[in-house]
Design a protein around this ligand. Sequence first.
Ligand SMILES: *[C@@H]1O[C@H](CO)[C@@H](O)[C@H](O)[C@H]1NC(C)=O
Ligand SMILES: *[C@@H]1O[C@H](CO)[C@@H](O)[C@H](O)[C@H]1NC(C)=O
Ligand SMILES: *[C@@H]1O[C@H](CO)[C@@H](O)[C@H](O)[C@H]1NC(C)=O
Ligand SMILES: *[C@@H]1O[C@H](CO)[C@@H](O)[C@H](O)[C@H]1NC(C)=O
Ligand SMILES: *[C@@H]1O[C@H](CO)[C@@H](O)[C@H](O)[C@H]1NC(C)=O
Ligand SMILES: *[C@@H]1O[C@H](CO)[C@@H](O)[C@H](O)[C@H]1NC(C)=O
Ligand SMILES: *[C@@H]1O[C@H](CO)[C@@H](O)[C@H](O)[C@H]1NC(C)=O
Ligand SMILES: *[C@@H]1O[C@H](CO)[C@@H](O)[C@H](O)[C@H]1NC(C)=O
Length: 494
Amino acid sequence: MFWRNMLLFNSHVDVTVTFLLLLFLSLFGIGSSSAAPFYIDTYCPKNASYNSNVTFETNLKVLLATLVSNVSMSGFYYTFMGLGTTSVANGQFLCRGDASAATCQDCIATAAKEITRLCPNKTESIIWYDECTLYFTNHYFSRTGIEPRAMLSDDRNISASDLDSFNRTLFSLLNDLAEEAANSQSAKKFATGQSRFDGSSPQRTVYALAECAPTETSTQCEECLKNAISTLPSCCGGKQGARALLAHCDVRYELFLFYNTSGTSDPYKSKQLSWSERYKIIEGITQGISYLHEHSRLKVIHRDLKPSNVLLDSNMNPKISDFGMARIVAIDQYQGRTNRIVGTYGYMSPEYAMHGQFSEKSDVFSFGVIVLEIISAKRNSRSAFPDHDDLLSYAWEQWMDEAPLNIFDQSIKAEFCDHSEVVKCIQIGLLCVQEKPDDRPKMAQVISYLNSSITELPLPKKPINSRQSGIVQKIAVGESSSGSTPSINEMSVY
Ligand SMILES: *[C@@H]1O[C@H](CO)[C@@H](O)[C@H](O)[C@H]1NC(C)=O
Ligand SMILES: *[C@@H]1O[C@H](CO)[C@@H](O)[C@H](O)[C@H]1NC(C)=O
Ligand SMILES: *[C@@H]1O[C@H](CO)[C@@H](O)[C@H](O)[C@H]1NC(C)=O
Ligand SMILES: *[C@@H]1O[C@H](CO)[C@@H](O)[C@H](O)[C@H]1NC(C)=O
Ligand SMILES: *[C@@H]1O[C@H](CO)[C@@H](O)[C@H](O)[C@H]1NC(C)=O
Ligand SMILES: *[C@@H]1O[C@H](CO)[C@@H](O)[C@H](O)[C@H]1NC(C)=O
Ligand SMILES: *[C@@H]1O[C@H](CO)[C@@H](O)[C@H](O)[C@H]1NC(C)=O
Ligand SMILES: *[C@@H]1O[C@H](CO)[C@@H](O)[C@H](O)[C@H]1NC(C)=O
């Protein structure tokens, strides 16, 4: 009971106490399994009751038991009982992306018991905990709608003088995370991140989380999250922390670190590819794109190059996949133009994102981003770089400081490898993400760069800054994500 009360204050200090308590308890071998889930709210609609409906009640009982017994499979499960009858019960649970299997199991077991106790004789209900959400319904909940939902906020206000900068930072972070969760290349649609704001408060870092049920499509997920975010100003404007919990997605922010970084984005254990494996992959991708551009009978512009479209076989040989967006252009055609901009944020060249102009140089841009991501094992999103705009500007800054190896993945930094090869790849990455298409090399040139000594490569200029260039705003109003389904063998180095 002590802990529940501590947690209800929901402040930095109290959470620290809770963690210390956890540590303390586990040192003594007490409560080594997770704490009781932190209850937030239920949705028990008055107008959705049944009275002595044996069929529905039986379906519901079996449904809840099935959900509980399937927790171990993953942090998410959807099923239904009584299909074809008028008493069908649909049910779904979603555990927070950073919850351990044990935490998830405990939370769902508790939720399944509590939901019918707190909402007796209902044909539909939702119960929200910090660690999980469980619902059942005899019809469906809207995939993106803001009803039903639960809101929770910290009582404390952001000081008036910091509010402007806090508010701008917060909503930009949340929108980034919505985008990132929606386009997640892992099985979970889950993103966390942090960002610093200007001001005088002692805590000036805002931490946030966005997640969707994995059954949402990218488009649904993003819409659901944007809707959840849109409920924050009226409920919780200017508060130090808040959550918006919908049926299929939720967002949360706090001025303290509330998620488990060892289990989350920081978009996640990398596969620990060695440098030589990574170099081999870079070479392979170079060959693959060059083939599309130069050696196939028709010039193919892929338009949606990103790590999830690169498949790796067991020998780390990459294959470019998903030609859903590809355009075949006449071999001597320099570039094309489209009004329908499809592609993935973070990998799209500025001229394509802004003006729909695609050419082999727009693929080269995406290739450059992929190369820098492979080297750093970080995603090119702002939330991965709290103090920089994105991976490109971070890489450029380190390059200017003559410390390019700072972007090298920490987990393999110590490994014995040819650092000049790493620096050469960073340089190639930077050359490929130049703002002007003409400043970017062709893939054939990249092949020769890979086979040249570093001194023979041209020097890069400042790369595009997606935030300053307005690409982000443009994408926010225009069309974005591709919604292609990730493949199991997809390359993931984050
Ligand atoms: C209950 O009432 C709300 C609001 O009037 C409505 O949107 C909802 O569909 C109703 N639910 C059921 C199960 O009738
Ligand atoms: C709920 O259903 C049970 C049997 O299914 C019935 O005995 C009970 O009266 C109902 N309660 C309410 C409040 O409707
Ligand atoms: C889920 O649980 C049910 C009932 O315990 C079981 O029969 C079913 O096989 C489980 N589903 C999967 C996919 O394992
Ligand atoms: C209750 O059961 C009857 C059949 O006995 C069914 O027609 C009805 O739709 C059920 N009600 C609910 C709320 O599921
Ligand atoms: C926060 O600000 C609101 C008005 O904007 C005020 O009503 C409330 O009392 C403030 N809360 C605290 C804890 O100071
Ligand atoms: C914060 O920004 C959001 C979205 O830009 C806006 O709707 C809201 O009114 C702002 N709130 C405050 C307190 O400035
Ligand atoms: C954080 O995540 C790691 C890896 O999933 C897990 O081992 C650890 O127990 C988690 N810590 C907490 C406090 O949940
Ligand atoms: C270039 O390629 C040749 C033959 O494939 C190889 O022997 C040589 O070491 C390469 N040079 C560099 C700098 O990679």
